[in-house]
Design a protein around this ligand. Structure first.
Ligand SMILES: [Fe+2]
Length: 137
């Protein structure tokens, strides 16, 4: 998994959300660093998973509050994608608790990179027009 740099083409056109995505990318880059330093311990992987869970929850809640406020027409399928992410993080936690730190971290790095880049560039960008229409930039 390569290090990810936030670039302008990741922008969904809403500052609050872009800032949250930048924080998530920082967490993802910690995974990259752990792998490249070959410092993989269960407790450190658990901490990453905890951060990915908690910060994503904050971020998803922000989006979902706007969906309700703006009566966003694609809210249901978007929330389903968030729920799927939540389930996957739980699966990774179970795996890590079983003592499979290295395997968990490698799988996590593949999954997270793909998930976030795709989600931001496709699913999230679909609400830009709706959010802008309601004056949110
Ligand atoms: Fe989202």
């Amino acid at each position: 998994m390569p290090i990810i740099k936030w670039e302008e083409n990741f922008s969904v056109g809403v500052k609050e959300i872009d800032d949250q995505h930048k924080r998530i990318i920082e967490i993802l880059n910690r995974i990259y660093k752990m792998i490249s330093d070959n410092q993989i311990e269960n407790s450190a992987v658990e901490q990453i998973l905890k951060d990915l869970h908690e910060y994503a929850d904050t971020h998803f809640s922000t989006e979902e509050i706007y969906f309700r406020e703006f009566d966003y027409d694609k809210a249901d399928s978007h929330i389903e994608a968030h729920d799927d992410y939540r389930r996957r993080v739980e699966e990774f936690r179970v795996k890590n608790k079983a003592g499979l730190a290295k395997e968990t971290l490698y799988e996590l790095s593949d999954f997270m990179n793909g998930w976030w880049v795709w989600h931001i560039n496709n699913t999230d960008k679909e609400y830009t027009e709706c959010f802008h229409r309601h004056g949110l930039y």
